[in-house]
Design a protein around this ligand. Structure first.
Ligand code: NAD
Length: 255
């Protein structure tokens, strides 16, 4: 039985992961780490802590869904106390990303902006379409609930990266995240990523390929956070058996 530690146990994803772990035969929730009060019910045998040492000592693998600062603290602690880490936190920036690269020399780390199978497949479809439809303009829209703190979403950036790589472009050179005023005509290679926020939308991403006379839109809609939670648990169970290194959700899913 694998002991999973949740880092960010009081959050929306932390709660969902705790729920999805109930009744599993291969893994259990060993320890729940939170910096604030956990308002949802946890089984009596789950350790609740706000100390990283307790989290690390009682987990075979740790799942992190927090915020940039939290993830950086977690990785820095893990650099002297290596432990398999599944990281779902988005908005880490270039510095957070570089830290994962360095730390993954000492432990297996899987980071994914989206833990769902559907988005992993969508990302492949986007790469294929971006190459095949070279003349089409790419515009990405993402919609999330009103509480989301970062924009554009990590998933939208992953999809935009798939599109730009497939066209041999550097995303930093071509990405647009807003338009206002006299913007001039759209540049041919631009990849727009627009964020909408409202209500309780779990996550909706549309990658559109627009040409004169026709367009294609590829859409993924998450209707439940359980999709991400189950993906993260699957990744955690898989990761404990992997050597040190950096992984993505595709590695775990086998494509
Ligand atoms: P949330 O706001 O509901 O929960 C965040 C949790 O992180 C809380 O428990 C909070 O106490 C904790 N936290 C915040 N700052 C911290 C710090 N400095 N140290 C330790 N803990 C800290 O958010 P959420 O909806 O659960 O999302 C969390 C993250 O996961 C976001 O970055 C979100 O974009 C990402 N996310 C990723 C996926 C995916 O599939 N990869 C899916 C959903 C959400």
């Amino acid at each position: 039985m694998i002991n999973i530690g949740i880092y960010g146990a009081s959050g929306r994803m932390g709660q969902e992961i705790a729920q999805c772990l109930k009744g599993l035969n291969s893994a259990r929730l060993g320890v729940a780490y939170a910096v604030d009060e956990i308002k949802h019910h946890l089984d009596k045998d789950v350790l609740i802590t706000d100390e990283l040492k307790t989290l690390f000592d009682n987990s075979d693998v740790i799942i992190d869904f927090t915020a940039k600062e939290g993830t950086i603290n977690l990785i820095n602690y893990a650099r002297t106390n290596p432990k398999p880490l599944v990281i779902g936190t988005t908005g880490l920036g270039d510095d957070g990303n570089a830290l994962i690269d360095t730390a993954s020399n000492a432990m297996p780390i899987l980071w994914a902006s989206n833990m769902s199978l559907g988005v992993a497949v969508l990302s492949h479809l986007v790469a294929t379409a971006s190459k095949a439809l070279r003349e089409f303009d790419i515009e990405i829209t993402e919609m999330h609930h009103k509480h989301k703190k970062d924009a554009p979403s990590g998933t939208a950036l992953t999809l935009a990266t798939s599109a730009s790589l497939a066209r041999g472009l550097n995303l930093n050179d071509v990405m647009i995240t807003g338009r206002e005023g006299l913007t001039g005509e759209r540049k041919k290679d631009s990849i727009a990523v627009m964020a909408l926020r409202g209500g309780d939308i779990v996550g909706r991403h549309t990658v559109g390929f627009y040409n004169d006379g026709e367009f294609i839109e590829l859409n993924h809609t998450a209707t439940s956070r359980a999709t991400f939670a189950k993906g993260a648990i699957k990744a955690a169970i898989w990761l404990v058996a992997q050597p040190n290194g950096r992984y993505g959700i595709n590695d775990c899913l086998g494509f």
